[in-house]
Design a protein around this ligand. Structure first.
Ligand SMILES: N[C@@H](CCC(=O)N[C@@H](CS)C(=O)NCC(=O)O)C(=O)O
Length: 207
């Protein structure tokens, strides 16, 4: 059995999306930050950083943290020919896009969400939010260019590359982000987020 540690208001939904795509049974254990559960000895044994998501796969005796690492593991172990290409070039391209979104996109996107939504209004820093948006813009332009004439990032089917990039960019919809300067990206993102597996995760009740 696979267990994903981390509630639906964390990065755990990106792993749950992957599991739903693969149709693998799993359990999801919420970790209560307010109660300090992420710093409990039991959880620190699973992830010494005290962060979620984390994953255990008892079948493979595997313990992992880092949401994108978990997704790559799941795709590699359970999704070859589905979420993960069978060829080395396709596999490397999935890693390439995952590293790209982790290094060139996620910090800026999350920074915008924090400064424009998560912080209480008086604490929000509009200049900082704009600086994050300015840092993000060239990456969005690049992605839009790569998607011209392509429905997917790698090959001609939906892979973990699409999932890992879409789960980060989808967060910007919380801000009603204007995707109109990026028409290829916009069309691709809408299609990714409309997949049954993601819609199922999005419909799961949040606290
Ligand atoms: N790079 C990590 C980030 C993990 C992370 O920051 N998780 C947040 C929740 S989404 C967390 O556990 N925060 C608690 C803390 O920092 O103590 C990943 O992608 O899994």
């Amino acid at each position: 059995m696979i267990t994903i540690f981390g509630g639906l208001n964390s990065r755990a939904p990106r792993n749950i999306w992957t599991l739903e795509e693969l149709g693998i049974p799993y359990e999801n254990k919420k970790i209560d930050f307010a109660a300090g559960e992420n710093k409990s000895p039991a959880f620190l044994k699973i992830n010494p950083s005290g962060k979620v998501p984390a994953m255990t796969d008892s079948d493979g005796n595997v313990v992992m943290s880092e949401s994108f690492g978990i997704n790559l593991y799941l795709a590699q172990r359970y999704g070859v020919g589905k979420l993960y290409p069978a060829d080395a070039a396709g596999q490397a391209a999935c890693v390439q896009w995952t590293l790209w979104v982790a290094t060139e996109v996620e910090n800026w996107a999350i920074g915008m969400i924090v400064e424009r939504k998560f912080k209480p209004e008086p604490a929000r820093d509009a200049k900082l939010a704009q600086a994050f948006e300015d840092r993000l813009a060239p990456s969005l332009k690049y992605l839009d260019t790569c998607l011209a004439g392509n429905s997917f990032l790698v090959g001609d089917t939906f892979t973990v590359a699409d999932l890992n990039v879409a789960c980060v960019l989808g967060g910007l919809n919380m801000l009603k982000f204007d995707w109109s300067p990026y028409p290829n990206l916009s069309k691709w993102l809408t299609a990714c987020l409309a997949r049954d597996a993601n819609k199922k995760v999005a419909a799961m009740p949040r606290p």
